[in-house]
Design a protein around this ligand. Sequence first.
Ligand code: COI
Length: 356
Amino acid sequence: MPLYPPVTDPKTIDWDNIPFDYVRTRSFIKYTWREGLWNEGELVTDGTLTMDVAATALHYGQSAFEGLKAFRMKDGKIRVFRPELNAHRLIKSCAATSMIPPTVDLFLLALKRVIEDNIDYVPPYESSGSLYIRPFVVGSGGQLGLSPAPEFYFCIFVNPVGDYYKGGMGNPVKALISHSFDRAAPHGTGAVKLGGNYAPAFLPSNAAKTRGYAVMLFLDPRTQTYIDEFATSNFAALTAPNPSDKTRTYVTPKSPSVLPSVTNRSLTELARKHLGWHVERRQISWEEVKQGKFEEMAAVGTAVVITPVEEVHREVVRAPREVKGLSTRDGVEDVWRDEEGDEEVEIDVARASGKG
Ligand code: COI
């Protein structure tokens, strides 16, 4: 693939087999905040952003993003799933990183403008695809000292997508808990959606993938006792139906380091209001997962939708020998916390007690 892919002609897309990969569409929308004001915004068609070489996004990670989806419905209309919730979450992420957020109204207007210009990239109703929407705010202005940028971009690009994990809801995956990597620090930024929460997980996630695990699951960083979330999404589990009234309990972690997922929130609402199930948002210990207390476990989020998880392994994972051409001699090993012993030791396995 060339570094800057050409615009994809929507007529050439095989809607029944869309991967979760970057596809350049007709345009993205870009607003600039400078001297106290957001500008009118523009649809950008060359697929690139220009910013100051000293932009705080590039050096200090002043960058927050969102993920949501639009669907073509049976009635031909296009609907976006709960965009106000993403707007509010982006506002929180901007507050955590001292950035100027778009207002909810600006967020919704930008969404409408960019979707309208890329309407033919929304997959057909009959396909299982959707239009993934990626809003983000970055410090685009230059700054040398540790303080916020004098200029911000608020942009949204859109991208037709299919399943994040191959096979989607019909294909249960294996997850890995590593002893050698924590996702979020106590009192850190785990509960907001920042670029910096994700890049450090590339390395262990890549190591996990080469060992057959689709995704990493993280424990609470302070005690390594309770489930926090997956690298891509929230954790949710279901108990077996209660023999007397057939209700089930939807259980999801309560933790200050978990991103408040719109999908997870929607599932808890469906479970409680529409199915009459119990919902528990509480600490979930690794011990109870290991004891097989849950009939089903899943990774839940915008990109992964509801991905069933059949097994979770907890292991010591060493740095991979090579990550995309970067050998461990280039320092990859140094960024991993040292564990006792040199062997990769399998310690624990948890299985969903149902079919997964
Ligand atoms: C999303 O679900 O929207 C995310 O941002 C997760 C990312 C791994 C694609």
